[in-house]
Design a protein around this ligand. Structure first.
Ligand SMILES: Nc1ncnc2c1ncn2[C@@H]1O[C@H](COP(=O)(O)OP(=O)(O)O)[C@@H](O)[C@H]1O
Ligand SMILES: [Mg+2]
Length: 352
């Protein structure tokens, strides 16, 4: 049974920030999510949807305002010693590789730091030394021969090399899970594929699970097993990559996908307006002011417009198949999947 237990879970996780004017911004507003062993899970959504806040909360870097982070069935303990033990299992690679490396530290020192902090040398089953472990981690991250880089400083490295050094530092601890926040967004397009291929290879070789945060659905398509789409602090659609990207059901996911250049085209759906500010989350469905289904009358035709405007949606459960938080989809789904023996009703043609 334990093999099936998620490595990490968010349960009704919320994070409020108090803004300078004193109002509460609900950056994360009730997220249920389970990260399974060895999977690549992508968190996608526009900038401001709460992806980084969720990643930081999952790492224990951000205390939730409500709800819990659960690690292997136990609520996360924020005492420093417990957090340190937790970080041996869950490591993070941040968005900005250049800014995450200490400019005064050599490559050797920055990789050795975590190894020392977590007592990895004493714990090594093969009795390897610190130099061995640092070398092995760099080689695993594709930096070969590793000794050539030991004494280099970050300013002497390319963007791709810096990202590899960070990945090496994280993987040297043999974590069960790596949380990577926009791991390639600051890199040249030519290097992005290499770093993504590296992450996938490391997953194959070490079994590490990866939560990858990205605003790029094309990237998620290439790397993820499952996808959670976030909008304004909530997960609005979740399922396997095929389910979410080949048969997107939430109008928000459909709109995001419609403008991904790599994906074959459907009519582009241009969302009106920016993602709202989390100090003023719209009532009803939080997406309704921008929803193409409300704007084009599909919601009215399906008899749900009133609900879209006034009835909030439940938090999507962490487990299950393709899940969508959308009043319109709930109606369309019943029409798509008639109970056995029930004739299909008229109105199947309702489109977003
Ligand atoms: N430390 C903070 N203080 C105040 N507001 C914050 C803070 N961090 C994030 N936010 C707000 O929370 C929302 C979600 O941000 P974030 O998690 O960074 O989203 P994403 O990573 O999807 O772009 C944004 O509106 C952002 O301005
Ligand atoms: Mg972010």
């Amino acid at each position: 049974m334990t093999a099936d237990r998620p490595v990490l879970e968010a349960r009704e996780l919320s994070v409020d920030f108090v803004t300078r004017s004193g109002t509460a911004a609900r950056a994360l507003d009730g997220v249920d999510l389970a990260v399974r062993r060895g999977e690549v899970l992508a968190l996608v959504g526009e900038s401001g949807s709460g992806k980084t806040t969720l990643a930081r909360a999952l790492m224990g870097l951000q205390r939730p305002s409500r709800g819990q982070v659960v690690s292997e069935g136990k609520a996360l303990d924020y005492a420093p010693r417990a957090l340190r033990a937790f970080r041996r299992k869950v490591q993070m690679v941040l968005q900005d590789a250049a800014g995450s490396l200490n400019p005064r530290q050599t490559v050797y020192e920055s990789v050795a730091e975590g190894i020392r902090l977590h007592g990895r040398v004493a714990a090594d089953p093969d009795g390897r030394t610190e130099v061995d472990l640092v070398g092995a981690a760099l080689a695993e991250a594709g930096l070969r021969p590793p000794e050539r880089l030991f004494q280099r400083y970050p300013h002497e490295l390319s963007g791709g090399q810096k990202q590899r050094v960070l990945i090496a530092g994280a993987l040297a601890l043999r974590p069960q899970l790596l949380i990577a926040d926009e791991p390639v967004s600051s890199l040249d397009a030519s290097i992005r594929g290499e770093i993504l291929a590296l992450l996938l290879r490391l997953r194959e070789e070490t079994g590490v699970g990866i939560v990858v945060v990205t605003h790029d659905l094309g990237l998620a398509w290439n790397i993820a097993d499952r996808i959670a789409v976030m909008y304004l602090g909530r997960v609005v659609e979740c399922g396997t990559t095929e389910e979410v990207l080949e048969s997107p059901r939430h109008p928000y996911t459909q709109a995001l996908l419609s403008v991904v250049p790599e994906i074959e085209h459907i009519e582009p759906v241009v969302l009106t307006g920016e993602i709202p500010d989390p100090t003023r989350i719209p009532g009803g469905c939080r997406f309704h002011p921008r929803c193409p289904g409300v704007a084009d009358g599909s919601a009215a035709a399906a008899g749900v417009e009133e609900a879209c405007r006034n009835e909030g949606l439940d938090v999507l459960p962490a487990e299950g198949d393709h899940r969508v938080a959308c009043h319109l989809d709930a109606v369309l789904a019943t029409r798509r999947e008639p109970a056995p023996g029930t004739p299909r009703t008229a109105g199947d043609g309702v489109r977003y």
